[in-house]
Design a protein around this ligand. Sequence first.
Ligand code: GLN
Length: 307
Amino acid sequence: MTAIDYQQIIEQLHHSLSAVEATGETADYIPELAQVDANQMGVYVLDQQGRCYQTGDWQQTFSIQSVVKVLTLCMAYSELGTALWQRVGMEPSGTPFNSLGHLEHEQGVPRNPFSNAGALVVCDVLMGLYDDPLAALLGLIRQTSGNPEIDVNPVVAESEKSEGHRNMALAHLMKSLGNINHDVDDLLDFYFNACSITLNCQDLAKTFAFLAHRGRCPQSDQHILDNSQSKRINAIMLTCGFYDEAGDFAFKVGLPGKSGVSGAIVALLPGHFVVTTWSPGLNAKGNSQRGLQFLEAFTTETGQSIF
Ligand code: GLN
């Protein structure tokens, strides 16, 4: 199979998107994120042979935010296996990322691991599995990215904590319903720190390469997940990765992916590539506006998608 030269495609798409003033809004409920210039945009593509293509602000660092929920899920799933699904479901919620909606009627069991509620439960699981779950998570990211410098930005974590009322409400509600085992403040600390891990588009693409390689990290040659688990994580990304915009993303982009409120998106085509974008202007669903536009055009121009 001849390799696609992505460089020209990504440069041209980046150029045309950057020519228009960003209309998306930065996440204003996290004060530190609100200050970032919404006009920035970085792109990084890592193909299956290890070739990389990059453009724009790909070296600029940002906090990982909800993209981390995929990694915490992988850690919990690889340890617990199917027992994990007693604590959190795998159905799309059709609700915003920070919704409290279904929880009360569904005994505190979140619909899926990519809502904030679901991610909090997964963090609670990890607190039961590791003495220092944040160190374990950082270890996974440093190992898969090959970048030992990656760390938490404590200013972002503090900023999230200062305004984290919905996350506090979610954690307390689930604790009252018996689906959180640990101290709520410790849980929120771990969650806010996990969301505040800071990296760039290259780090993120390398970190996620194992999900395009049947669970094996090409960087370290370690099996993070087995092939079946890797397929299942990709399935949950496809159905739940963009909250109440997951259908739209599948329709327009056609790849498993995950977004975060810092404006980061990771998407991948198993056996072919991982693509990361970062552009902080968000649409009303909390997903990067330019990132979505870029990825729609990228899969259209390259003719590549899981469909
Ligand atoms: N840290 C953010 C929060 O808890 C993550 C949300 C997101 O990226 N969608 O609100």
